[in-house]
Write a protein that binds this ligand. Structure first.
Ligand code: HEM
Length: 442
């Protein structure tokens, strides 16, 4: 079987709209060409777009050893945020994953539960009521502080962490511009775009270095993720070097902040539109004291809240695509994929497949209840799949349960928008996260 390709001329003709929002372009071409199609990108480069569930599971799970993160992550993103868990490949990735993953087990996260709850409580305390507010910056600050405090349990370093937030946000905007316009790479080199972004990235690295050095000089126990990372050892008993620590921490900031902020914003927008779901969630969390409940028990108790989160990320997966490159020739379903074939996997389209999800455009948290099917679960990728699945999924889910719980306990939420508009950057963001909050009488 041969895979249909879109010409480079066609890509150039649509460049402006692709830069703004590539999702309609993907949708149109999936409809026209089927579940997998290619696009020529100039200079002999091309990319394959897929929403073929069989192929996606083959790439991410069954034959994952043949598929590395493509240069989109391992080079374009890594040149700014370093060679860490998200951007590395092969043996090095495996070594880092084995070292870092234990810090994110539910039991270990109990250690930062109090930090997470305190930050959320503080960030939600004095939100403006009875007026239109934009959830995006509120959730972005909240999610950044949750990751920042869990990593550094900082007190007096608030300014440094705020600067890190500015930088990581600017770097993400710069990276998406490069990814969507790969054919302009030389121009970006000449016009200073790349060197300016590198300068920002090295400022972020210096900030992190001084925070880590300060910690290394301290004899106190801080009960945060940095303590865990500093004490974790490779099989030979050695620790991460300063450069490795900086790479991994920068990556945890980048991977853990925007994604969670977007899921929270979309989730609250959807609840504001769906009063029945909002009421049902409120009933579930009304009497819960998250500070007292273990992380494990929060998952067990807040089942409907979790369903609302699952349904939010089905409709609006913050990581709406991923990329892989074949490191050797491969065959799947009678199609030959040459070494070097690069794939863009559309989680967004997979989550809206009408053959798997009834009325896929409709928000219905109940579909994640007991009746969820195996087929649906294998078509659901909010945190990716296979060995490279999100290392922070427990952290993110717990954070989201607590934010939904604490927010809806205090406030009733009403929409200040007609329909949800999206802004697909490196992550999928809402464009118009406007709601108003009304204090509940407790
Ligand atoms: C709602 C929030 C989140 C979403 C939707 C999300 C989604 C994802 C997805 C889809 C992947 C796999 C990417 C791929 O296969 O190419 C991933 C990987 C990753 N995520 Fe998350 N993530 C979230 C929160 C977090 C948090 C809170 C952290 C850490 C604090 C984190 C750290 C990472 C890291 C380090 C990786 C790379 C794992 C590896 O390759 O071994 N994420 N995430």
């Amino acid at each position: 079987m041969s895979i249909p390709y879109i010409s480079f001329i066609n890509i150039l003709k649509n460049a402006k709209s692709i830069l703004e929002n590539p999702l309609p372009f993907h949708k149109k071409n999936f409809k026209k060409y089927g579940d997998t199609f290619g696009a020529k990108l100039g200079f002999g480069n091309s990319i394959l777009f897929t929403k073929d569930n069989g192929l996606v599971n083959h790439i991410l799970k069954t034959n994952h050893r043949n598929y590395y993160k493509s240069p989109i992550q391992s080079k374009q993103l890594a040149k700014y945020i370093g060679n860490g868990l998200l951007t590395s490949n092969g043996e090095y990735w495996l070594k880092q994953r084995r070292l870092i993953q234990p810090a994110f087990y539910k039991k270990k996260l109990e250690g930062v539960k109090a930090i997470i709850n305190t930050v959320i409580e503080k960030e939600l305390a004095d939100l403006p009521t009875n007026t239109k507010i934009d959830l995006r910056p509120i959730m972005s600050n909240l999610a950044f502080k949750v990751v920042g405090q869990s990593l550094f349990n900082y007190g007096e370093d608030e300014k440094a962490i705020a600067r890190l937030q500015e930088i990581t946000e600017q770097v993400q905007v710069a990276v998406i511009k490069e990814i969507r316009q790969t054919y302009k790479y030389w121009w970006f080199l000449i016009n200073g775009h790349i060197s300016e972004t590198k300068k920002l990235a090295s400022e972020a690295r210096s900030i992190l270095q001084s925070l880590i050095e300060k910690r290394q000089a301290s004899s106190k126990n801080h009960d945060d993720l940095l303590d865990l990372l500093l004490h974790s050892k490779y099989d030979d008993g050695s620790h991460m070097t300063m450069d490795q620590l900086i790479d991994e921490i920068l990556i945890l900031f980048v991977a853990g902040h925007e994604t969670t902020a977007n899921a929270l914003s979309f989730g609250i927008m959807l609840l504001s539109q769906n009063k029945t779901a909002q009421q049902q969630l409120f009933k579930e969390i009304e009497t819960i004291n998250f500070e007292k409940l273990s992380i494990m028990d929060s998952f067990k108790t807040c089942t409907y809240t979790k369903q609302c989160i699952d349904e939010t990320m089905r409709l609006y997966p913050p990581a709406y695509f991923s990329d892989r490159i074949a490191i050797e020739d491969d065959v799947f379903n009678n199609n030959n994929y040459k070494k070097g074939s690069t794939f863009l996997i559309s989680f967004y389209e997979l989550h809206r497949n009408p053959n798997v999800w009834e009325s896929p455009e409709i928000y219905n948290p109940n579909r994640f209840g007991d009746a969820i099917t195996k087929e649906q679960l294998t078509n659901y990728f909010p945190f990716g799949a296979g060995p490279r699945m999100c290392v922070g999924s427990n952290f993110a889910l717990y954070e989201m349960i607590v934010v939904f719980g604490k927010l809806l306990k205090q406030y009733a939420v009403t929409p200040e928008f007609e329909t949800i508009h999206i802004k697909p950057l490196i992550t999928l963001q809402p464009k118009n996260a406007w709601v108003s909050l009304k204090k509940r009488c407790l």
